[in-house]
Design a binder for this molecule. Structure first.
Ligand SMILES: Cc1cc2nc3c(=O)[nH]c(=O)nc-3n(C[C@H](O)[C@H](O)[C@H](O)COP(=O)(O)OP(=O)(O)OC[C@H]3O[C@@H](n4cnc5c(N)ncnc54)[C@H](O)[C@@H]3O)c2cc1C
Length: 465
């Protein structure tokens, strides 16, 4: 006899979505969560990082007032403690809202760490629970590379940054993914001297052109070495002496700490997966489109998959895993076609669908349209210095298959493209739609017209007048 039809292990975004959908599909459901409820996104991820960045961007905007004809004669001084308290207050608010949404559901929440035992049951403290099916949604932990000497110097991950009470004067940020770029810009804009180093060029795996433009923008605020290697670290005073290699040169810097933003790995250690016939790959847990693992009674969702560590994906995967685990019909499938990624830097970067490196690798014939923000009306009124909108269309069908946007409000603008892609929209659909003037959104018209001039798109069928 099973204790529950579905047991969800992990109570973050993926886990709560899974528990909600399993319950709604009629399953007796329990969600096991180890420690604080709220999930990474609220406690140490999306939300606190955006709260910190909002303070940093506000500080930076003051320094740009001159360009708008406004003289600012006061002195703005970032107050690290106040910035952190503001962030903490917002996190507390988001956490309260999340907990009350969990409490409004009818699944059982059990506090504790789950582990499969040799009989395939789940051990949680001194309880043994048997589920008909399980959803693994245990999230991820920061990945720190093995480098000799690291144990002897002050290091941080994004988890520790959220608990930091003293602002470092000098910081080396290692990692040029979204977290590294956001953390580097946060500290740089509140007065820390930041050196940013990454293995590859900025946004290299997403869009090298936008990456080069972002590098030019960031170089005004920090030292950027990418691609670069971290060749050595040694203690120096209370901080560290770090050695980097970049373009054949050896670069040494003294810093207070090294912040590693070098990715996260699924938190699968100690789950006892061997007892349920699962062996994670180097990346994480393999699954099919219905989020089912190699064990047909075990599903996986969110960062535990090791695939795309993004909140909207965790929510979607969790909902699908929970529904399918509950035996919901017809079975639901994940569609990664509309996957999005955003870096909340200034200028922000956003990408949806197929990236240019993915298109090149796939061999699919495509055309690319471009528009530069600094040459477009609304962006000029905003003194925009950097920005590029790129959009990709299938060469034969003219369907929009992806886009990269670097520029003001890219994080919001990308949803125009994802909406179009959801409806399998084509270049001509964009040209036919009205676009309010002057907006940043209307830049898409320039991009679409450039694409249209390269492609042989069918004329739209207009309804009779
Ligand atoms: C600094 C930072 C900024 C980010 N910013 C963004 C952003 O702007 N946009 C975006 O889309 N994504 C962002 N992310 C990523 C996003 O936060 C994650 O992809 C998402 O929160 C993952 O959700 P999850 O449910 O998979 O994992 P989690 O939210 O981590 O949930 C896992 C839960 O499982 C629990 N658990 C672990 N092991 C066990 C066990 N054995 N038994 C029981 N419970 C267990 C954990 O305690 C945790 O509560 C960011 C991440 C970081 C670190």
């Amino acid at each position: 006899m099973n204790d529950y039809d579905v047991i969800v292990i992990g109570g973050g975004s993926a886990g709560t979505a899974a528990a909600r959908e399993a319950t709604n599909a009629g399953a007796r459901t329990a969600m096991i969560n180890d420690g604080e409820l709220g999930g990474l996104c609220i406690l140490r991820g999306c939300m606190p990082s955006k709260a910190l960045l909002a303070s940093a961007h506000a500080m930076h905007d003051l320094q740009k007032l001159d360009g708008f004809g406004i003289r600012f004669e006061g002195k703005a001084t970032p107050d690290f403690e106040a910035i952190v308290s503001r962030k903490d207050a917002q996190v507390a608010r988001f956490k309260r809202a999340k907990i009350s949404s969990i409490e409004s559901q009818s699944y059982e929440v059990i506090d504790g760490r789950g582990r499969f035992d040799s009989t395939g049951c789940l051990q949680v403290g001194d309880r043994t629970l048997r589920g008909g099916r399980y959803v693994i949604a245990v999230g991820s932990v920061p990945n720190v590379p093995m480098i000799a000497g690291l144990d002897d110097v002050p290091t941080l991950t994004s988890d520790e940054v959220m608990r930091l009470r003293t602002q470092p004067d000098k910081l080396l940020v290692v990692g040029t993914g979204a977290i590294g770029l956001e953390m580097a810009q946060f500290f740089a804009r509140i007065g820390t001297k930041v050196t940013l180093a990454g293995r590859g060029p900025l946004l290299g795996n997403l869009d090298a052109e936008c990456g080069a433009e972002l590098t030019r923008a960031l170089e005004h605020e920090m030292e950027v070495f990418a691609p670069a290697g971290l060749d050595g670290v040694r203690p120096e005073g209370h901080g560290a002496r770090v050695v980097l290699s970049h373009e054949g040169q050896r670069i040494e810097r003294s810093v207070d700490a090294v912040l590693f933003a070098t990715g996260r790995r699924p938190a699968l250690e100690g789950l006892g997966l061997e007892h349920v016939g699962l062996r994670p790959s180097n990346r994480g847990l393999e699954h099919d489109a219905g989020m089912r693992t190699e064990n047909p009674d075990i599903f996986v969702a969110g960062d535990s998959t090791g695939r795309l560590a993004l909140l909207h994906i965790a929510n979607q995967e969790g909902a699908i895993a929970g529904f399918n685990a509950a035996g919901g019909t017809p079975e639901r499938c994940i569609d990664y076609r509309l996957k999005m990624g955003v870096v909340f830097s200034d200028p922000p970067f956003a990408q949806v669908g197929l990236s240019e490196p993915e298109l090149i690798q796939s061999g699919r014939p495509y055309a690319v349209g471009r528009a530069r923000f600094p040459e477009t009306g609304r962006a000029i009124t905003m003194n925009t210095e950097h920005g590029l909108w790129k959009m990709f269309a299938d060469k034969e069908t003219c369907e929009i298959i992806g886009a990269s946007i670097l520029g003001p409000r890219a994080d919001d603008l990308i949803h125009i493209i994802s909406t179009l892609m959801h409806k399998n929209g084509c270049v001509q659909d964009i040209i036919d739609l009205p676009w309010y003037h002057p907006t940043l959104s209307e830049v898409i018209l320039n991009v679409a017209r450039e694409l249209s001039s390269q492609l042989n798109c069918p004329e739209p069928v207009m309804p009779p007048c």
